[in-house]
Design a protein around this ligand. Structure first.
Ligand SMILES: C[S@@+](CC[C@H](N)C(=O)[O-])C[C@H]1O[C@@H](n2cnc3c(N)ncnc32)[C@H](O)[C@@H]1O
Length: 256
């Protein structure tokens, strides 16, 4: 079922994808097709086999738009859109206006390549089951990904996904806790999808986050979905990509 010749990538790029992103999308499709289903002790992925078979048929018989749509269905299923929170986790989440487990989508993964080097340490603040960081590791193996997530069960599910995707355990570090308590320093690449709302206790998170990344000797590139960081960053950062869903920040070139 693999497509080593790049036929699928060519079809994606013919349908309007940037050629490099098309190649990355092909690799992701192959990654999901080439493996048996992920371990599933919590019955989190009941539709995996059906959706994967549908994707496989689509690759054989349909055009790039249909293949992309079938892949997105499978990706969304593996991402999960509901996290199993304990009462205490839900209480803490509600206290900081925590955002539920919506999927950040493929665009940050497809666009991140040029910003990740072999020695990069990356982080996902509010990682859910960690799928975004795992897919990034699969496409661009790098030193370590720190997955910060309030729901402990998601770490367990994410560890199963890590094994499934063949990512070495020393590449993934889980911090099960509240993003309000976790420093934002020490990273080369940070991804976040609005883990908390920028109000009340959540506002303090973005204020501190901005202070910490800007205080770094080498501030990280930041990919932010449904962004609410922009108002907290100073002119030390500039936006280099934005499409209303994904906003990408990098340290601004020093003047003078
Ligand atoms: C919108 S989802 C993003 C999931 C994933 N990062 C992505 O982009 O696909 C936000 C995640 O943040 C987590 N979260 C919410 N409040 C949090 C908090 N205070 N501390 C840590 N994680 C939190 C939620 O459980 C959820 O998994």
């Amino acid at each position: 079922m693999s497509d080593p010749s790049g036929v699928l990538a060519e079809a994606f790029s013919g349908a309007g994808w940037d050629p490099e992103e098309a190649r990355r999308l092909q690799r992701l499709v192959e990654l999901f097709l080439q493996r048996p289903g992920p371990p599933d002790p919590h019955a989190s992925f009941p539709d995996f086999a059906r959706l994967r078979d549908r994707l496989g048929r689509s690759v054989e018989t349909e055009g790039p738009e249909e293949v992309e749509a079938r892949f997105l269905e499978l990706y969304a299923h593996v991402h999960m859109n509901e996290a199993p929170y304990s009462l205490e986790e839900r209480r803490r989440m509600d206290a900081a206006g925590g955002y539920w487990n919506h999927a950040g989508g493929l665009s940050p993964i497809l666009k991140a390549g040029p910003h990740i080097a072999r020695d990069t340490v990356s982080a996902d603040f509010g990682a859910g089951n960690g799928l975004q960081g795992l897919l990034l590791q699969a496409l661009d193996p790098h030193a370590r990904t720190v997955q910060i997530e309030i729901a402990a069960r998601m770490r367990d599910i994410g560890e199963g996904l890590r094994e499934w995707l063949g990512i070495p355990s020393d590449r993934i570090e889980w911090v099960v806790g509240d993003v309000l308590d976790v420093p934002a320093s020490g990273y080369g690449f940070v991804y976040l999808y609005r883990p908390v709302r920028p109000e009340g206790a959540g506002r303090a998170f973005y204020e501190r986050f901005a202070r910490e990344v800007e205080g770094e000797e080498r501030p990280p590139v930041i990919f932010s979905i449904a962004d609410c960081l922009r108002d907290f960053l100073s002119e030390r950062y500039e936006v280099f990509y934005g499409d209303g869903h994904l906003t990408c920040f990098r340290p601004a070139a020093r003047r003078g």
